[in-house]
Design a protein around this ligand. Structure first.
Ligand code: IPE
Ligand code: IPE
Ligand code: MG
Length: 237
């Protein structure tokens, strides 16, 4: 008898905003604006379709390499998004969380993030996690510093590897959140780009050529259907 997989943690690399706009002869920022609207649609759908955690890659530690004007536009867009979507979180029982090193953001933006985390903390339908100035290696490095700060050389000599894994897992930004079950990347590239490296070790991967602004709940449903019927072995038989 076959059993279908449960999807607790869905993660998405929302890629292709710039190319979506360029293909239409529009400035890249129009792609980012359209992409933000899709975030609301996908998040609301997840809140009403039994997904517990949705992690969205919004800005990577490498995205600072982009032109200053694009970075500034993205920061403004994030601010507007958090302001405008406040009701979406509260009305749909969505808890908001941020992961990544937000100390790099200006203080009004940081305050908005912390306030929305607090105000939406009772949300029971879905936890939406935005990865902001997020990099998997950066997160693991920060987790190691946090986990082993108080350890002496002697402690580390005798430490058990399984215990080290447990300590790192519990010191990541995602502490308390289960590993990723399904990782989707839109925009046609087949790479991870430093996203959730530790947490995706056994994630099922799905890549679609659809640019993020054209992604839909219909396409998401099809990807999830496919995921549900996969045989996940986790190294066993
Ligand atoms: C993803 O779209 C959004 C961010 C990385 C902020 P891109 O801006 O990477 O769009 P493409 O990949 O250049 O089309
Ligand atoms: C990944 O997209 C980061 C986000 C979606 C936020 P990028 O467009 O930055 O990735 P690369 O540069 O193509 O690998
Ligand atoms: Mg890209």
């Amino acid at each position: 008898m076959s059993k279908t997989n449960t999807l607790s943690h869905l993660a998405i690399i929302m890629d292709g905003n710039g190319r979506w706009a360029e293909n239409k002869g529009l400035p890249r920022r129009e792609g980012h604006k359209e992409g933000a609207k899709i975030v609301r649609q996908i998040t609301t759908w997840c809140a009403h379709n039994s997904i517990c955690y949705l992690t969205l890659y919004a800005f990577s530690t490498e995205n600072w390499k982009r032109p200053k004007t694009e970075i500034e536009f993205l920061m403004q867009l994030l601010k507007k998004y958090l302001e405008n979507e406040r009701q979406t979180y509260l009305e749909n029982g969505i808890k908001f969380r941020a992961i990544g090193d937000i100390t790099m953001f200006n203080s009004p933006l940081r305050d908005m993030i912390l306030k929305l985390e607090e105000d939406s903390s009772k949300g029971k339908n879905l936890t939406q996690i935005l990865a902001l100035n997020y990099g998997g290696r950066d997160e693991i490095a920060r987790a190691c510093i946090k986990a082993f700060k108080s350890y002496s050389a002697k402690d580390l000599e005798n430490i058990d590897k399984t215990e080290v894994q447990r300590l790192i897992t519990n010191s990541l930004d995602t502490a308390g959140i289960p590993d990723v079950d399904l990782l989707i990347r839109t925009g046609g590239e087949m790479r991870i780009s430093n996203f959730l490296l530790w947490q995706s070790s056994y994630a099922e991967l799905a890549f679609t050529p659809t640019f993020w602004p054209d992604f839909s709940t219909h396409e998401l449903e099809n990807i999830i259907l496919n995921f549900k019927n996969k045989l996940r072995r986790f190294g066993g038989l």
